[in-house]
Design a protein around this ligand. Sequence first.
Ligand code: ADP
Ligand code: ZN
Length: 292
Amino acid sequence: MSESKALPVAGIELGGTKTVVAWGLSDGTIHEEHRFPTTRPEETFATATAWLRERGTPAGIGVGAFGPVRVNPAAPDFGSLLATPKDGWQGFSITGALAAAFPGVPLTLDTDVNAALWGEVALGAAQGATDAAYITIGTGIGAGILSGGRLVHGAVHPEFGHFKVARAPGDSFAGLCPFHGDCLEGLASGPAIAARWGKAAADLPADHPAWDMEAWYLAHGILALLAIVSPSKVIVGGGVSQSAGLHAKIAACLEKITAGYFGEGDFTDLVVPPALEQEAGIRGALLLASNH
Ligand code: ADP
Ligand code: ZN
């Protein structure tokens, strides 16, 4: 990407509940954006592409999508949603829908969390990092990972929410994941918190015991990232991360469970909120648009 010559591009952040579409520049500048609920796939993409077409033909399109989604361009089903529990979206081709609306326009597709991480690395809390992660805690849990300056894709893509974590002391909640029960997402997503404590995460006060338990689960998740990819920054975003003091609680728990082994005395500089707040994903999508 040429820093001096930003191109007019389109960004799409496809979320499980809402979609954001933006017209802007390949340096991550947003000129205009439009947010609307994610409904059926055809309808969602018709809304997005009609809105974009009114603004012109972009030089590139960047997409950050919920998953699981095939992000490997060499795969025959590149751009398709895989085993998503979201009704009607299994097998839908994001790249097919966009190629039909904008033939010949280069497209870059990544996960929603990799897009948000890409935004934070270029313009936000992880500037200059070559190794970083972006965790989102909302309806689900996921993470984007940058390793050696590259966004990690793997054979499909990382599924940070779906591994088993050590149980917090005294927690007997069965877990909500329809596939695994008590994986990280099953124990620590927004809906898991609500089911365990009988109250929405947004309505639990900062001094509620729910937040020490939440910090336990996230600290164990981050311990796995530290042990495997060794990020220098871990950005924790998503609706649930807005609970006051949660980042500091996670850092304190991490300090305890790493027991001095990882060379960090204090993890408060490692575990941080997104600097781009709600715009990380869509700005990352614009930045990805020039990344082909
Ligand atoms: P989605 O994952 O669907 O995009 P969000 O990232 O907004 O949605 O996360 C929604 C979750 O965040 C809900 O479980 C909600 O209770 C929780 N939440 C929203 N605001 C707060 C807050 N200030 N403190 C704690 N939890 C919150
Ligand atoms: Zn799971």
